[in-house]
Write a protein that binds this ligand. Structure first.
Ligand SMILES: Nc1nc2c(c(=O)[nH]1)N[C@H]1C(S)=C(S)[C@@H](COP(=O)(O)OP(=O)(O)OC[C@H]3O[C@@H](n4cnc5c(=O)[nH]c(N)nc54)[C@H](O)[C@@H]3O)O[C@H]1N2
Ligand SMILES: Nc1nc2c(c(=O)[nH]1)N[C@H]1C(S)=C(S)[C@@H](COP(=O)(O)OP(=O)(O)OC[C@H]3O[C@@H](n4cnc5c(=O)[nH]c(N)nc54)[C@H](O)[C@@H]3O)O[C@H]1N2
Ligand code: SF4
Ligand SMILES: [Mo]
Length: 694
């Protein structure tokens, strides 16, 4: 029997809409949902490798309880009842002794996030954190400081842009299918791409203009661009007059930051900076300076991200066709969003978060997400109080939080570590109990509320029965909850019932998703009126160059630029990133993807390598203050001499994931755990390393 199922990919968190062809209970083919504009049937390599995840016999096949030391890899298979009772009993005694707030859930934001937040709220714990800060916390805070919206509440009109500038936003490798397709359309229509990165990436090869910037100096470049734009009055004056608060302060501040000054800091010629400013101004407001995610990550990142969004504002590109737009929700069409379990009433929480977000110590990061990289410090110092249990749900702190040794030392202090995972990830391997989730092709998930120019809802729908003894995450948490006396917060027995509960009052039912995989609230794209209708959510209702969010918390809107130090002689700045074949630390053991890329390499500048006696393809030792590892050198003149680069997500320690076991080096092992203490991002590019032949 054959059927087609519309669903959502989950080989990464982008959640591209897919069509899955199933024959006799087997998945035969996956493609981008052809009924969704911008997908046109396409998928990225990881999305296509979804079949190979489903049929991978090295994933976790049943609940497992550890029998040896943590990390020793000695396990016994357990039934669900046994594993859930084990977790329930442990949590019960921890909560009795130390309170619900000693339980933490760390999670990659996903469709079931409302379920795990509910679980902790019911336990009176504020300690839910997501990947958000680790990924882009300072982008989030920068956007709130200017517009009152998070970065996730806005997006870009790639298709209609005339010029896009990307600062290490390596979109053609660190992929999202729809934006890539839409940007390709724009480029074919003649749009320009300016790409800035200390490394020549695939995106660089598609650019009209590429600048090999000195690592960490994007802020200096942006100050010079702002300088030229203000001096030559290249900005959208009507828009700025109407919508911007704090232009005079910026004008005074920017005066000393000339292109000639920036040339010395960045290595980019002053006249080229002037040319770019003039060129962009001709295409305004249909220009995008991409806010980026993982480009330059330093303790001053908040100001770098603000400078990018200030440039957009000067060009009038916020809420312009071909620029940025604010995502529109169902309310704009008179509709209702899907319900979330977090709408329920919960007992009052009386303690601060473990990361102190929202307190005077750490006022500005987004409390909806928290700051994950603070976890090791909070556990080790028992500050603000002892933490005793961690549930890692689709999140691997051992690879995704800088300084793996420190993280392990902290985890060793916990009484309970539970991993809800599909793979033998490093955290699953280090856990006390593994509760295996069914993969995305084997499960239905909570509704995706997809706000945008056209508000929609999408559904991840089960395509085939689970191949192994696995369950849905939302059901797993409910079943633990039942053992803790909080089962009443989870009004469903299975995913179909949860989805039906979510859809109550929206006017849609699960059947409505069958034909296309999504439902739309309206037909037209919604742009707000640029003259009077842009609903900025700042206290002033304007774009706040002079930011009340920052200044009320005691931070400056425009602090003086501090020079970015070069590494000491014969050391390098470690920079990291993704490639098109892998998702963070999740897919290295995937049979297809492992075959295509099984190990990471260390990019090192040719002249530097020659001086150190390192040749291409040779194994080298890369070492920092926090750790070291052996990796193959990729000697190239396509990287700035101050930097070395490696892909994130390799160097796995779980033996049962045999294809990726001990292949390459885990970048988190080398990174120091330092943060932008205003914006919330980890400063992942602050670490210097040495490299030597082995
Ligand atoms: N050192 C270092 N750290 C980083 C980064 C970096 O470049 N270097 N990048 C940062 C960024 S941008 C991000 S977004 C975060 C991402 O951080 P993570 O969310 O930790 O990374 P992922 O690889 O996306 O997923 C983690 C886990 O999810 C599991 N998983 C995959 N699919 C499923 C599923 O369907 N169900 C369940 N239950 N588990 C599943 C995987 O097996 C894996 O163990 O990391 C951040 N941390
Ligand atoms: N294939 C694939 N695609 C993905 C993901 C994935 O895991 N795999 N993850 C998704 C997620 S969660 C995220 S956050 C995005 C990440 O998207 P990006 O932020 O585009 O991803 P990275 O690969 O980390 O690219 C960072 C780039 O910044 C460069 N860089 C380093 N230092 C500097 C600097 O000082 N200045 C500038 N201008 N550049 C610098 C690095 O050389 C690198 O090329 O990708 C998303 N898409
Ligand atoms: S970008 Fe690729 S892996 Fe991520 S959801 Fe889309 S198709 Fe899947
Ligand atoms: Mo990310």
């Amino acid at each position: 029997m054959e059927k087609e199922v519309y669903s959502l990919c989950f080989m990464c968190s982008v959640r591209c809409p897919i069509r899955v062809l199933v024959k006799d209970g087997q998945v035969k083919w996956i493609e981008g949902n052809p009924q969704v504009a911008g997908m046109e049937g396409s998928l990225c390599p990881r999305g296509s490798a979804g079949i190979s995840l489903l049929y991978d016999d090295q994933r976790v096949k049943s609940p497992m309880i550890r029998v040896g030391e943590r990390g020793s890899g000695h396990w016994r298979k357990a039934s669900w009842d046994e594993a859930l009772d084990y977790v329930g009993d442990k949590l019960k005694s921890i909560i009795e002794k130390h309170g619900g707030h000693s339980v933490v859930i760390g999670e990659r934001t996903q469709l079931a996030t409302h379920v795990s937040k509910t679980f902790l709220k019911a336990l009176k714990s504020p300690n839910h954190f997501t990947h958000d800060a680790l990924c882009k916390g300072s982008v989030n805070t920068a956007c709130r400081s200017l517009f009152g919206y998070t970065d996730a509440q806005m997006s870009m009109d790639y298709k209609n842009t005339k010029h896009i500038v990307m600062y290490g936003r390596n979109l053609f490798e660190a992929l999202e299918v729809k934006p890539v397709n839409n940007l390709m359309v724009a480029l074919e229509k003649g749009a320009k791409l300016t790409y800035i990165d200390p490394r020549v990436t695939i995106t660089a090869t598609k650019a009209n203009r590429y600048w090999m910037i000195r690592p960490g100096t994007d802020l200096a470049l942006n100050y010079a661009l702002i300088h030229v734009i203000l001096k030559e009055r290249l900005y959208d004056a009507a828009y700025v007059d109407r919508w911007v608060q704090g232009l005079p302060g910026l004008q005074d501040f920017i005066h000393p930051y000339t292109p000639e000054w920036a040339e010395l800091e960045t290595g980019i010629a002053a006249n080229a900076i002037v040319d770019l400013a003039r060129e962009l101004s001709q295409d305004k407001p249909s220009v995008i300076f991409h806010f980026g995610y993982r480009g330059a990550n330093h303790p001053n990142e908040i100001y770098m991200r603000r400078s990018i969004m200030i440039l957009n504002s000067l060009m009038g590109s916020m809420e312009a066709k071909g620029g940025f737009f604010f995502k529109k929700g169902p309310g704009e069409e008179g509709g209702k969003p899907a319900r979330k379990l977090t709408e329920q009433e919960f007992p009052k929480i009386e303690v601060p978060r473990f990361d102190k977000v929202g307190t005077p110590d750490f006022p500005l990061p987004d409390p909806n997400h928290g700051v994950g990289q603070i976890l090791p410090e909070a556990i080790l110092n028992e500050d603000p109080y002892p933490l005793k249990a961690l549930i890692a749900y689709r999140f691997d702190p051992l690879m995704s939080i800088p300084d793996t040794k420190l993280t392990k030392k902290a985890l060793d202090k916990l009484d309970l570590i539970v991993a809800i995972d599909i793979n033998y990830s490093d955290i699953a391997w280090y856990a006390d109990v593994i509760l295996p989730e069914s993969t995305y092709l084997e499960r239905t998930d909570s509704i995706q509320q997809a706000n945008g120019l056209k508000p929609q809802m999408f559904l991840r729908k089960q395509a085939v029965e689970p191949r192994y003894d696995t369950r849905d995450g939302a059901v797993i948490l409910k079943q633990i909850g039942e053992r803790l006396g909080i089962g009443n917060y989870f009004p469903y027995e299975n995913m179909d019932e949860l989805v039906a509960w979510q859809l109550e009052g929206t006017g849609f039912t699960m059947e409505d998703f069958e034909k296309k995989g999504f439902v739309a609230y309206g037909k037209k794209q919604i742009f707000w009126d640029r003259q009077d209708g842009i609903k900025f959510k700042t206290p002033s209702g304007k774009i706040e160059f002079k930011s009340s969010l920052l200044e009320d918390a005691g931070f400056e809107s425009f602090p003086a630029y501090e020079a970015m130090p070069s590494p000491p002689k014969d050391e390098f700045r470690l920079v990291v990133g993704r490639n098109a074949l892998h998702t963070h630390c999740s897919t290295q053991n995937n049979p297809y993807l492992n075959e295509l890329c099984s190990e990471n390499e260390l990019w090192i500048n040719k002249e530097k390598a020659e001086r150190l006696g390192i040749s291409n393809g040779e194994r080298v030792e890369v070492a920092s203050k926090t750790g070291s590892g052996t990796i193959v050198a990729k000697v190239t003149d396509l990287i700035h001499p101050e930097a070395v680069f490696m892909f994130h997500g390799f160097g796995h320690e779980a033996e049962k994931a045999a294809r990726s076991y001990k292949k390459g080096v885990n970048d988190a092992l080398l990174m120091e755990n330092v943060s932008d203490m205003i914006g919330g991002s980890p400063a992942m590019h602050e670490t210097f390393v040495t490299v030597k032949p082995v």
